[in-house]
Design a protein around this ligand. Structure first.
Ligand code: C2E
Ligand code: CA
Ligand code: CA
Length: 701
């Protein structure tokens, strides 16, 4: 029976299942107190798994187990700092939370083996008490009867074996008669002087406890633990020895040590080793003033690989990557697996920046070579961050944190690259943290306002609607632009609430316009790709639609190509449902992402929006013009509307008209503007746009 202590009911349920699959029953408790209670009433429990992060809460439970029942503990935690004794004691295993699924089973097996070992230890404790009894002059024979514990009496002067019990003869393999003819030197593999020293200690009434190697009859060498003490028999001081085979325990100890310091999957030293070694290196560098380079490497899209190909492929990939990384650095530079898909390298050399760059480039190019697993070719890339001691941090935590920040910068830059930590990165991170902590309040305080940018249909010479773009307004002034806070909102998941808010406000606005003299308005709303995971957008849209009475197709949803990256079939199904609910669908920033060209004909969409980066250079970059032309003709072919965004100049407009683009949006016509300004713009400019259009038409002839 295994006792689980956790407040996380999902973890409890999952672990129970895992345990059952490998043949263990378990029960769970939600707190350490409850666990102590259970341990007091049940002696069936052979192992405790603790998943409570607050160390103070855990200590009473650990103390109870250590002092009362001596069973193995597996502690799984997100804590970076776990008290040292959580690791050192041989029957504890600490596993990081993010790796627990991977480590739990093996830790468990090691721990259960240990449990069997510990039962022997308990016998040892009893015997220790017996030694005390002996000292009190009790008859030693009675104790000698214990056939579970190996015991001998030695003459400390001659080292001769004076007596052995039946457990000893069984243990060593010689008969009693044979053993009584032998001396301790025949068994023990330690040096003669040392042996004498130990025996002498006992002679002077000192109890002694040590581990040595002994020879047994069949020639095997085993590790034994000896507890010895003086005993007076018939007026003579002899030495009493209790012997325990600890060969197994030694193995357990080294196994547990390996578990604590090595990653089982890749055989690389793990996070714990990494931080220990980094701390050691820092101490050394403080003295010899040398540099330390910390390279932090994260596999890009590893989760997707795991999801698409299965965990066993993910595991094989990690093993192969570990080997490649090891091959890419010098032997003196250690590679570690920090956890999951994260690896680190510590380099204790005074390298120049360009030399470090070369190492990073080598690591990146090693990763890029395809990996073949189960006949499949898998392509991966990695993102790297570098922090250097002492300039980027003088303690291990700061160095690790800063190398992490630099790695995230590489992720943001599109992955498959490396970055050195810099003050700028530090500032950016602080800024983002600030934004994240204020954004939720801003949402509640309605500091996020909808701005409207007109969209023009040139053919019909009318304002066909507007795109609503969110602005963070504080004290009546623009505080932050979406470019600053949308990525933060996406990273934190807050974008779901933000999009919901914007969509609600857009619907409310349409409803208000429908009841005014601005009937027939259409608004495009940007919806983050995150909202398409598990069809969240459907639930959001349904709940909002219930609240408002608005015409069908008055709201258009703008999505980016990223939506199709994960699961195209699911994305198509979601879009169909959105269309059925009455939304128009537009693909934003078209041509920049993982191009959906190839499956465009299958997508249930109304419109594609040529990204403004193409329009920006349309008059001087041939490629951008060619792409624009291609998107326009493809739209015509597939009967999908095409709109160009970011139109700023007459020249750009000319080129678009020339190539048959009918819908446009950009500063040339109007910037995103607050509600009242947009309403004014709409009323005033309807006619102006007519004039503008005819002028253009006239120009082209
Ligand atoms: P986007 O959807 O591609 O929006 C177009 C961006 O281009 C807007 O930037 C707009 O102000 C800007 N723009 C429009 N015309 C021109 C032009 O002629 N020249 C130039 N240089 N820029 C032009 P903005 O408002 O800063 O928004 C940036 C991005 O933030 C948007 O890109 C969109 O991805 C995101 N965003 C804005 N509002 C929302 C929202 O409510 N929800 C979500 N999920 N994302 C939003
Ligand atoms: Ca947009
Ligand atoms: Ca866009």
């Amino acid at each position: 029976m295994i006792l689980l202590t956790t407040m996380d009911s999902t973890f409890a349920a999952k672990t129970k299942k895992t345990l059952r699959n490998i043949g263990y029953e378990s029960l769970s408790a939600c707190s350490c107190e409850e666990s102590i209670g259970l341990l007091k009433v049940s002696n069936e429990i052979k192992l405790v798994i603790i998943d409570i992060d607050t160390v103070v809460d855990v200590l009473p439970l650990i103390n109870h187990i250590e002092s009362k029942i001596l069973i193995p503990i597996i502690y799984t935690t997100v804590n970076k700092k776990v008290p040292l004794n959580f690791y050192n004691s041989f029957y504890h295993s600490c596993i990081p939370k993010n790796g627990r699924d991977l480590l739990l089973e093996s830790s468990l097996e090691a721990a259960m083996k240990l449990f069997r070992g510990i039962r022997n230890c308990k016998i040892k404790c009893q015997v220790n008490k017996n030694i005390e009894n002996l000292e009190r002059g009790q008859e030693y024979r009675a104790i000698f009867e214990n056939d579970q514990v190996v015991m001998m009496i030695i003459n400390p002067e001659t080292k001769e074996i004076v007596d052995v019990n039946s457990a000893a003869t069984q243990f060593y393999g010689w008969s009693r008669e044979e053993m009584l003819k032998m001396s301790l030197s025949d068994l023990s593999l330690i040096k003669e002087e040392l042996l004498e020293k130990k025996l002498n200690l006992v002679k002077y009434k000192k109890k002694n406890h040590f581990t040595v190697k002994n020879r047994i009859k069949n020639g095997d060498i085993i590790d034994i633990e000896v507890y010895s003490g003086p005993i007076k028999i018939e007026g003579k001081t002899l030495v009493f020895e209790i012997i325990k085979d600890v060969t197994d325990r030694k193995e357990f100890e080294s196994m547990i040590k390996k578990l604590a310091y090595y990653d089982i999957l890749t055989d690389l030293p793990n996070r714990k080793s990494f931080s220990d070694h980094l701390m050691d290196s820092i101490e050394k560098s403080k003295i010899d003033k040398s540099k330390i380079v910390v390279i932090n490497l994260n596999i890009d899209y590893f989760k997707e690989i795991n999801d698409n190909f299965g965990h066993h492929v993910g595991d094989s990939l990690l093993v192969e990557i570990a080997r490649r990384l090891e091959r890419s650095v010098r032997e003196s530079n250690q590679v570690y697996r920090k956890g999951g898909d994260e690896f680190t390298v510590i380099i204790n050399e005074n390298l120049k920046r360009d030399e470090i760059s070369k190492i990073c480039e080598r690591l990146i190019s090693q990763l890029k070579k395809p990996v073949e697993i189960e006949g499949k070719q898998i392509f991966v890339t990695g993102s790297i961050g570098v922090a250097i001691y002492p300039e980027d941090g003088t303690d291990s935590e700061t160095l690790l944190k800063n190398s992490d920040l630099a790695m995230y910068k590489s992720k943001q830059e599109g992955r498959n690259t490396y970055n050195f930590f810099s003050e700028k990165i530090d500032l950016e991170t602080k800024l983002k943290r600030d934004i994240a902590s204020n954004l939720r309040a801003a949402l509640l305080k309605k500091e996020l306002k909808l701005y409207f940018q007109p969209k023009i249909n040139l053919q019909k010479s009318e304002i066909m609607g507007s795109e609503c773009l969110v602005r963070w307004i504080k004290n009546g002034e623009l505080y932050k632009s979406p470019g600053e806070f949308i990525p933060v909102a996406e990273a934190s998941g807050m974008i779901l609430d933000l999009d919901k808010y914007v969509l609600t406000e857009a619907c409310r606005q349409i409803e208000m316009w429908e009841n005014s003299n601005m009937k027939g308005q259409r608004i495009s709303v940007n919806i983050s790709g995150l909202h398409f995971k598990r069809q969240r957008i459907i639930r959001t849209a349904k709940s909002i639609f219930k609240k408002f009475k608005i015409p069908k197709r008055s709201i258009e949803i703008e999505i980016t190509e990223g939506v199709f990256l994960d699961d195209i079939e699911e994305a198509i199904a979601t879009l169909m449902e959105l269309k059925a609910l009455g939304f128009e669908i537009s693909i934003d920033d078209f041509g920049t992402g993982y191009s959906s060209f190839k499956y465009l004909s299958r997508l249930p969409i109304n419109r594609i929006k040529i990204d403004k980066s193409f329009i920006e250079n349309i008059s001087d970059t041939k490629n951008d013009l060619a792409i624009t032309k291609m998107i326009i003709s493809m739209g015509k072919l597939l009967n999908i509307n095409v709109i160009a965004e970011g139109v700023e100049t007459e020249e750009q407009l000319d080129l678009l008209i020339e190539n048959g683009c009918i819908e446009v949006q950009g500063y040339y016509f109007g910037k995103p503007m607050p509600l009242t300004k947009y309403e004014k713009f709409y009323r005033e400019n309807k006619n102006n746009i007519d004039i503008l259009y005819f002028q253009k038409l006239f120009k082209i002839g």
